[in-house]
Design a protein around this ligand. Sequence first.
Ligand SMILES: [Fe+2]
Length: 354
Amino acid sequence: MDSVEFGKSPVAGPQAWYGSEMRRREQDWSHAWTSSEIAEIEAAIDHIQSQGREILNIRKEDFPLPTVTDRLSEIRRYLLDGPGFFLLRGLPIEDWTIERAATAFWGLGTHIGHACSQNGKGHVLGHVKNLGLDYSDPAARGYQTSARLPYHTDSSDIATLLCWRAAKSGGLSSIVSSTTLYNEVLARRPDLLPMLMQPFHRTRWGEIPEGKLPWAEIPVFMPQDGRIISHYVRSAIRKGQLIDGVPPLTDAQNEALDFVDSLAQDSDIHLDMTFRPGDIQFVCNHCTMHSRTAFEDWEKPEDRRHLLRLWLACEDGPALPRWITESYEGKTGNGRPNGIVVPGVAQNAPLEAV
Ligand SMILES: [Fe+2]
C-alpha cells in the first residue's frame, strides 16, 4: 500500500501547486539565457553543422554544453521530481534559420531525454501549426488547428515546445497541476473521485500500433508510489465514443470530466504563460496538464504561429502505473513511454509542418 490513502486524503509534495502561488515564484520556474550561455549554445550548433550531421542523429554527447549542462540537469530534476514545468526564455532565433533553431532545440532536448515519435508518420520533430484542419474531424489532432485546446496530457514523459513564430493574438499557453486537480476533486466532490480513478476509453486517432485496439483504456488519476500520475485527453475520450466496441459514457462519467475541466479553468489553480519567439517550455505529462487559447494568425503563411515540439522519454522518470505502461504504444529499453510507433514507419525530423 502506498504511504497515502488514495481517494481519502490529499497528496502533498512539489507536484501539488497552485497557479496563484506560482505566478509569484516565476524565478523558480523560468530562466532567461545569459549571453555566455547563448554563445555556448551557438558553438554547439556550429560544431554540429560543421559535421553536416542530421538533426535526427544528434546525441547528447554530440552537443557539448560545458556550463549549460548543469542548468539543464537541474531543470530536468525540476520536471521529473518537482513541479513539472519550466520556461527557458530568449534564444535569439530571429537571427537564425529554422534549421539552426531546430538544431538548438533538439540539442538542448538531448540533455533532458530521448526524442520519440509524436504521430503515425514517425515525426520526432513535431510542428504545432494551424494547417486549416477542422478539429471536429475525428482524425484531426488539435495541434493542426487554431482551436482552443482544453487541458490535456501528451503521451510522453516530457513535452517541450520552442516558439518559432507567435500568433497575432491569442495562443496563450496554460498549465495546471494534475495533483492539485486530484486534491480539489477530493475536497469539493469526493463522490466523483472513484470514477476518475477508473479507466476511460480513448481513441488512438487512427494511429494504431501492431497488436493494439483502436482505443486505449486509462484512468484520469492513477496512484503510484505516493504520487498521482495523470492522463487526460477529453477530446480523445469524446472521439473514442465513435468507435465500435467502446461503451457509451455514463452521465456520471461526463459530470466527473466536466468537473475536472471546470477546476482547471479556475485562475487560482492554473498558470498562464505567454510564448515569445525563442522561448522553450517543458512540461511533465505525468503531473501537469496543458492547454492553449484559440488564436488569430498573421496574414502571411511564413509569419503564422508555429511551434516546434519534442516528446522526450526519460529513463529515470517517475514510476508509472500499468495503465500507462500497457496502453502506451512504444516503450524504451527501460519501459518508458516511447511515443507513437507504427511498424514500417521510419522516424524522421521534418523542418516544416507537413
Ligand atoms: Fe499537448
